[in-house]
Design a protein around this ligand. Structure first.
Ligand SMILES: Cc1cc2nc3c(=O)[nH]c(=O)nc-3n(C[C@H](O)[C@H](O)[C@H](O)COP(=O)(O)OP(=O)(O)OC[C@H]3O[C@@H](n4cnc5c(N)ncnc54)[C@H](O)[C@@H]3O)c2cc1C
Length: 616
C-alpha cells in the first residue's frame, strides 16, 4: 500500500502496540504478551535508549519518599521485594543508609524513621561509629544513620530480560523503529506509523528507510519524557514535565552501600555503588526538550563538592564521566507546582477516551524504574479491560529469564576456574546462561580488565546482539570501567572481526569509541585526563584510527571516521580530541601530567588495575 505521500508502506497488525523501550515499555510488553495478547514494542533507539539508560540504578527501598510521598514509598518497598525475587541477577543487595551530619535536622531524622516504619520499610538506627565500621570512608562527623533495604539495580539487564520474556511469549520487539505518526481514523486511534532505521548484524529488524504501518486494537504510549510528542501526533495534550538530573561516575566503589543524606529533598544527596563504580547524583531542573538541554560543568562540580561532605575521599578520587537523564514527571491538572522537586514521583494512566474523547490509546506517565512492573501491571489490566480480554497478571511471581537459581554463583566461580571477582561478575551477569556460555574448551582470556569481562561473554553478546558493539557493551559492561574503552575497544572489535567484514567492524568500533568519549568530555581533569589522552593516542596513533593518508592511498574507506572523536560536530560542541588537548593546555592547572604519553600510560594502567582490585 501507499501512504498519502505516495510512498510504499508495509502494513501489519497486532492487538497492542507499545511505544517506548524503557523500563515501562519493556514491562508492559512482557505483561501483555504473557496474558496472550499479540503485542509489538517499538523503540526509536535501542532498548534503554531514553531515561532508563540514564539513571542512578537505585532500587528504592522507599526510604527516600518516606516523609514527602508515602504512597510512592509504599509502592517502592512492595516492588523492591518483588524484584529481588523475580530478578535476582539484576539486583545487587547493597543495603542503604540515610546518614545524618551535625548540621542536619534531628526532627527530620525522626520523621524519616517514623515514615519508614509507617510505610512498612525495615529501618534500623545505628550510631556514627557503627556506620563507619560498615563504610570506612564515611565522614568522621556522621552522627548516626538509618539502615534501609536500598539496592543497586542494572537497568540494562532488567529491560533485556523483560523483552526476552515477552519475545518467548510471542511479542515482537522492534528497536531502531521510530513512531512518526499515530493513526487516527473516524475519531479512533487505530495504530502507529514507524520508520525503520536499522544497523548491521542482528539489530536489523526492518529495512532501513522503510515505513511500516502497524494497525492495532490498542496503543500504549510509554514514551516517558517524550510522551507529549506522541500525544501531539494523536492530537491530544500529554503534559509531561521533563526534569533533568546530572550523574557523575567515580572510578571505584568508594562505598559499598547506597549512601543518602538524611535531609529534605535537595541536590547532590546520594551515592550509589554500581558494579565497579560509584554514581553520584543528582539535580532536578525542568527542561523544555528531553533531548536538548544544557549539560553544565557546575552541575558536576556540585556533585563532587557536596557529596564529599558525606564521603570526603571523593574530593581526590578519580571521576570517569558524567551523564544526564530526564525524568518523565507528570503533574495532575490543578496542582500548580512550580518546583519540579515537589512534583509527585507517582505514575498516572491517561485514558485518552475518557480525557479527550479519543478511544484506542492510553498514556502512562511519571513513576520510577523501581515501580516499572507495578506500572506495567496497572496499564495491562486497563488494556485487557478495554479489549474485553480476560487474563490475570503473573509478572510478580514468575522469575525473569536468567534469574533462576542465583545461589549457584559461588560454585560457578570454582567450576570455571575463573579467579574472583571476574568469575563472580561473569556468572552474576549471565545468570542461568552462565553454564552454557562459560563452559567451553577454548581459551577464555579477560578482554576488558576494568570490568572483568572474558572473551566467552563478549562472544556470547555478539551472538545475541550482532555487530552493535554498544549493545555488546550494555550486555557485558565491557568498556564501562576505568579506562572507558581505551584498552578493550580494540580487543572487542577484534572479536567482532571473526564474524563480520572489515567495514562493519570499523564502523561498530567507532560507534563504541564515540559513545565512550561522549561522557568523558565532562571529566577531563586529573587522572582521567591522562587516561583520555592515552586513549586518544592508542586509538588515533597506535591503532591508526585517525585516517592516516597511507590508508587512504590504499583505498581504505575512512568515512567512518567522520563519526569518530575528531568529527567536526564534536569539535563544534567542545568535545573531541581537540577539546581534550585544549583542556590540558589551558584548563585545569592541576592536570597530573596527562599530556605526556608515558605519564598517561602509567596513569591509565594504574587506573585499570584499580578497577579490578577495588583500589579504595
Ligand atoms: C537523574 C535521574 C535519576 C534517576 N534515578 C532513578 C533511580 O535510581 N531509581 C529509580 O527507580 N528511578 C530513577 N529515575 C527515574 C527512572 O529512571 C525513570 O522513571 C524511568 O527510567 C522511566 O522509564 P520509561 O520507560 O517510562 O521512560 P524511558 O526510559 O525514557 O523510555 C521511553 C522510551 O521511548 C522512546 N521513544 C520516544 N519517542 C519515541 C518514538 N517517537 N518512537 C519510538 N520510541 C520513542 C525513547 O527512545 C525511550 O527509550 C531517575 C531519573 C533520572 C532523570
Amino acid at each position: 500500500m501507499r501512504n498519502p505521500n505516495g510512498e510504499n508502506v508495509m502494513s501489519t497488525e497486532a492487538d497492542v502496540v507499545v511505544v517506548g523501550g524503557g523500563s515501562t515499555g519493556c514491562g508492559v510488553v512482557r505483561d501483555l504478551a504473557r496474558r496472550g495478547l499479540d503485542t509489538v514494542l517499538v523503540e526509536k533507539g535501542n532498548l534503554t535508549h531514553g531515561t532508563t539508560g540514564r539513571m542512578h540504578g537505585l532500587l528504592h527501598s522507599g526510604g527516600r519518599y518516606a516523609v514527602s510521598d508515602q504512597k510512592s514509598a509504599r509502592e517502592c518497598i512492595e516492588e523492591n521485594r518483588v524484584l529481588r525475587d523475580i530478578a535476582g541477577h539484576c539486583v545487587e543487595e547493597t543495603g542503604g543508609m540515610f546518614v545524618k551530619r551535625p548540621e542536619d535536622d534531628e526532627e527530620y531524622f525522626q520523621k524519616k524513621l517514623e515514615g519508614c516504619r509507617a510505610c512498612d520499610i525495615p529501618a534500623e538506627v545505628i550510631g556514627g561509629e557503627e556506620a563507619r565500621r560498615r563504610e570506612p570512608y564515611l565522614a568522621r562527623d556522621v552522627e548516626k544513620a538509618i539502615v534501609v533495604p536500598d539496592s543497586a539495580v542494572d537497568p540494562f539487564r532488567l529491560c533485556v530480560a523483560n523483552a526476552a520474556d515477552a519475545r518467548e511469549h510471542g511479542a515482537r520487539i522492534e528497536t531502531h523503529a521510530e513512531v512518526t505518526d499515530v493513526l487516527v481514523e473516524d475519531g479512533d486511534v487505530v495504530g502507529v506509523e514507524v520508520e525503520h532505521d536499522s544497523g548491521p548484524g542482528k539489530r536489523v529488524h526492518g529495512k532501513a528507510g522503510t515505513t511500516e504501518e502497524i494497525r492495532a486494537r490498542y496503543v500504549v504510549n510509554a514514551a516517558g519524557a517524550w510522551a507529549g510528542q506522541l500525544g501531539e501526533m494523536a492530537g491530544v495534550d500529554v503534559e509531561v514535565r521533563p526534569s533533568k538530573g546530572v550523574m557523575t561516575v567515580m572510578n571505584v566503589r568508594q562505598v559499598d552501600t547506597v549512601i543518602n543524606r538524611c535531609r529534605p529533598k535537595g541536590d547532590a544527596d546520594i551515592v550509589v555503588p554500581h558494579e565497579t563504580a560509584c554514581i553520584l547524583g543528582t539535580t532536578d531542573e525542568e527542561v523544555d526538550d528531553p533531548e536538548d538541554y544544557p549539560e553544565e560543568e557546575w552541575e558536576v562540580d556540585l556533585m563532587i563538592e557536596t557529596l564529599s561532605e558525606l564521603v570526603p575521599a571523593l574530593t581526590d578520587a578519580r571521576t570517569l564521566r558524567s551523564f544526564w537523564g530526564v525524568r518523565p514527571l507528570y503533574e495532575p491538572p490543578g496542582t500548580g507546582t512550580d518546583d519540579p522537586t515537589d512534583i509527585t514521583r507517582d505514575y498516572f494512566l491517561l485514558d485518552h477516551d475518557e480525557r479527550d474523547d479519543l478511544p484506542g490509546m492510553t498514556s502512562i506517565v511519571g513513576g520510577k524504574l523501581t515501580t516499572y512492573r507495578m506500572m506495567a501491571e496497572s496499564i495491562s489490566d486497563h488494556v485487557c479491560e478495554k479489549l474485553d480480554h480476560d487474563a490475570e497478571c503473573d509478572t510478580a511471581d514468575v522469575p525473569l529469564p536468567g534469574s533462576e537459581d542465583f545461589s549457584v554463583l559461588r560454585e560457578y566461580m570454582d567450576e570455571f576456574g575463573l579467579r574472583s571477582p571476574i568469575g563472580r561478575r561473569s556468572v552474576q551477569r549471565l545468570g542461568s546462561k552462565a553454564d552454557d556460555v562459560l563452559t567451553g574448551t577454548d581459551p577464555n582470556p579477560v578482554v576488558c580488565e576494568c570490568e572483568g569481562v572474558t572473551r566467552a561473554e563478549v562472544r556470547n553478546a555478539i551472538d545475541e546482539a550482532g555487530s552493535d558493539l554498544n549493545a555488546v557493551r550494555l550486555r557485558t559492561r565491557a568498556s564501562m570501567g576505568n579506562c572507558q574503552g581505551g584498552f578493550c575497544t580494540h580487543r572487542i572489535a577484534g572479536e567482532l572481526a571473526r564474524d563480520y567484514p572489515e567495514p562493519v567492524v570499523r564502523e561498530a568500533e567507532d560507534e563504541l569509541y564515540q559513545e565512550r568519549w561522549k561522557g568523558q568530555r565532562h571529566a577531563l581533569w586529573g587522572r582521567q585526563l591522562s587516561q583520555a589522552m592515552l586513549n586518544h593516542l592508542l586509538h588515533a596513533t597506535t591503532m591508526n584510527r585517525d585516517g592516516d593518508p597511507a590508508g587512504l592511498d590504499a583505498g581504505v574507506d575512512f568515512g567512518a571516521f567522520d563519526a569518530g572523536p575528531n568529527s567536526a560536530d564534536d569539535a563544534a560542541d567542545g568535545g573531541g580530541a581537540g577539546a581534550g588537548t585544549a583542556a590540558a593546555d589551558g584548563g585545569h592547572a592541576e592536570t597530573d601530567g596527562g599530556v605526556e604519553p608515558s605519564d598517561g600510560a602509567r596513569g591509565g594502567i594504574d587506573g585499570a588495575r584499580g578497577g579490578i582490585d577495588g583500589d579504595r
